[in-house]
Design a protein around this ligand. Sequence first.
Ligand SMILES: Nc1nc2c(ncn2[C@@H]2O[C@H](COP(=O)(O)OP(=O)(O)OP(=O)(O)O)[C@@H](O)[C@H]2O)c(=O)[nH]1
Ligand SMILES: [Mg+2]
Ligand SMILES: [Zn+2]
Length: 349
Amino acid sequence: MVTSPKLEAYGWGERWTPGFREVASSWPDAQPGRVVRHDGSAVLAVTVDGALEHLHVPPGADPPPVVGDWVALDRSAQVVVAVVPRHSLLRRQDPGTGGEQPLVANVDVVFVVCGLDRPVKPGRIERSVTLAWDAGATPVVVLTKADLVADPERRAETVRRGGPGIDVILTSATTGDGLGEVRRRCHDSTVVLLGESGAGKSTMTNALAGGDVAATGVVRGGDSKGRHTTTARHLYPLPSGGVLVDTPGLRAVGLSVDLDAVAATFADVEATAAGCRFDDCRHDREPGCAVIEAVATGALATERWENWTGLLREAEAAERRADEHERRQHERRSGRGAREAQRRKRQGR
Ligand SMILES: Nc1nc2c(ncn2[C@@H]2O[C@H](COP(=O)(O)OP(=O)(O)OP(=O)(O)O)[C@@H](O)[C@H]2O)c(=O)[nH]1
Ligand SMILES: [Mg+2]
Ligand SMILES: [Zn+2]
């Protein structure tokens, strides 16, 4: 096994060696590394001796490496030769193409970061939590700027009640409150910060990394909107253990997820829905719908019911798109196969 204390600070360990050996088998000189930033046709990666190097990614690399990926690299040629099989992948719907956009690979925990200097939006938290479950990671809600509000505990309690089963950590980068808990959650893990511009992701990154590694920006006075200070995803090792990925504030969190991820986020609502009279209940106006019943009695908040059905429809649409894509790929492949066969026949082979 390849050991390297410098690489271990970036999360390297036995977990990754079989995958590395597998993809590097035809490259005797290949060394492991981890992508810390993506720069167009190159990546910035940390290497076995801890140096950060720009490496070329050959066009057509499959899959194209993303931040968080472990890769096999050829240092003399300064090129990425292969991507180690991923354990998890954070992805969203590409706002441009409607397809799937991979964001960060090999993620263990997603911090859903919300600033208390603005209203906390349950719908946005549920969306990000769903992305985390979809990735194969554990979501944790991190509320920042506790120093700016009079009743932070009450605000945290509201978020806890709104998203049952998910840990909520209250923090302030100004006073340092809650940062010990955040550090503990990062230990031995790769953690991604997801949240609106101005939520305080880069400020938290600096507090945990113990220096000004990431640029931060002020928010607008009127509506607390951020200025999109961070422009690229970047992975940092933490002196207290673990790895943190700072990300730009996402304008749109479109889902490209399977239905199981929505079910995990709304486990409480799904449990209620098990009591619906019809198996294919749309929880809309069907007779005997246990969900509508729960909304009527106040056991289930109207907003949570609406967010749930909204995300269900969105995930269904994403699955239909993926199926359609798969079908077209298949047709293209089999079309190509048929043409090949015809050509061989013409050539008398
Ligand atoms: N009072 C207070 N201000 C904070 C805290 N955390 C962040 N801020 C301020 O919030 C503003 C935005 O912080 P950033 O860390 O740049 O936010 P970001 O989430 O990285 O934003 P983008 O990079 O644009 O996505 C800065 O002015 C920070 O000083 C906190 O805990 N308390
Ligand atoms: Mg930032
Ligand atoms: Zn129902």
